[in-house]
Ligand binder design. Structure first.
Ligand SMILES: *[C@@H]1O[C@H](CO)[C@@H](O)[C@H](O)[C@H]1NC(C)=O
Length: 382
């Protein structure tokens, strides 16, 4: 018996030294903004569009969006934002939102786009009534903006909703606040939430001089059977429902002995996601370079028994909901309307370019990683 125990211990020791040490990598709970944002599921979104402020210039639409205090009778305005929707060439739309008068400029992602995206011929107003504004690109693809609460729907060529933003009320732009201590009426400091002005993970300290500045948005795909993308993870090709467990993490890391079928981040991260079903293939590119976590709910996965999802889908059996949470930056998302897989890949590479091949003379060194020591060694292998 004793020797068997020893054998078991030896086996455990061997297997554990071939597994990733998860303590070295943040879980959602250890990542301040993910912990704050993941439970954020208000019954009704605070964001309301003021459709009387709508202005359209060529391919761009601007309108004011406010957050309102739902508790107050008069719906007191809390914070003011500007929403911009651009129609781009090749049936692509871009949605951007930021504070009207930000305390600090929010970080604008650099370098990810190959060039300034090219505008479509124009955005045409179709109608504005009953709190809904409908516009269309020059191919007739419509965008429906519902004012209260704010919801943005992108319709396919048959007029069916293909992509919808903020239907699950998870749009959130954390208000930027000044660091001076706030005092109550007795002149005492009002305590701020732990971690607002700095966070620690193991020996690492994140100073956060601007406090919390995270953003979140839910993106739904009616009629989709599966969503793919947001590389790089070792999980299944079709992304899995994350309600029981961690969201997918996007944060470039060098992970020793990474494990398979995991949503942990590894070497690369590309926030592009494709939704595929029998009706169409569409995609979204979340233009943000900060640490990002993505939740996925596929209603075809039997494990999902959420009345909210049933409410939204109206009993449909096919739909995938996703939700992006980023530590900083602006709400900036490209919606690629497909409608075939190759259309979406073309639309995406039009935005970001294609991956370059490395020069042929370095391919072996590149492939070999740290196992190949120098160029004579390469010559020897060749
Ligand atoms: C909506 O916009 C109009 C025109 O700018 C303005 O008069 C009105 O006060 C705005 N409403 C809210 C709630 O901000």
């Amino acid at each position: 018996m004793k020797s068997l125990n020893l054998l078991v211990i030896a086996f455990l020791a061997i297997t554990s030294c071939f597994a990733v040490d998860k303590n070295n990598f943040k879980s959602c709970d250890q990542s301040g903004f993910c912990k704050r944002l993941r439970p954020f599921k208000p019954e009704i979104s605070q964001y309301v569009a003021n459709l009387t402020t709508t202005s359209i210039f060529g391919n761009m639409l601007f309108l004011d969006v406010n957050t309102v205090d739902r508790e107050s009778e008069k719906k007191t305005v809390l914070f003011r934002y500007v929403l911009k929707i651009s129609s781009l060439v090749d049936n692509t739309f871009r949605v951007e939102m930021e504070e009207s008068n930000p305390l600090y400029p929010r970080y604008v992602t650099q370098l990810a786009l190959e060039d300034t995206p090219i505008g479509d011929e124009g955005l045409k107003k179709i109608s504005s009534k009953d709190g809904k504004l409908v516009v269309a690109n020059h191919n007739g693809l419509q965008v429906v903006i519902t004012a209260d609460p704010l919801k943005i729907e992108f319709l396919d060529k048959n007029g069916e909703v293909a992509v919808v933003l903020n239907e699950n009320s998870q749009l959130l732009v954390e208000p930027l606040v000044a660091k001076h201590a706030k005092l109550n009426e007795n002149g005492e400091e009002i305590p701020v939430e732990d971690g607002t002005w700095g966070e620690n993970f193991k020996s690492h300290h994140d100073s956060k001089p601007r406090g919390n500045e995270a953003i979140s948005l839910d993106i739904g795909f009616p009629d989709a059977d599966n969503v793919y993308g947001i590389p790089e993870h070792t999980d299944k090709l079709a992304l899995t429902t994350t309600t029981s467990g961690e969201p997918y993490r996007l944060f470039n890391l060098d992970v020793f002995e990474y494990e398979l079928d995991s949503r942990m981040s590894i070497y690369g991260s590309v926030p592009v996601l494709y939704a595929h079903g029998t009706k169409r293939t569409v995609g979204v590119f979340w233009h943000n370079s900060a640490e990002t976590w993505v939740d996925v709910v596929n209603i075809a996965d039997g494990t999902v028994v959420s009345s909210l999802v049933n409410l939204v889908t109206g009993g449909n059996k096919r739909r995938v909901d996703t939700r992006f949470m980023s530590e900083a930056g602006m709400v900036d998302v490209f919606v690629m309307m497909g409608d075939t897989p190759s259309d979406v890949f073309r639309q995406y590479t039009t935005l970001t370019g294609v991956a370059p091949l490395p020069p042929i003379h370095i391919i072996l060194i590149y492939r070999g990683g740290h196992i190949i020591r120098n160029s004579p060694h390469v010559g020897w292998i060749v």
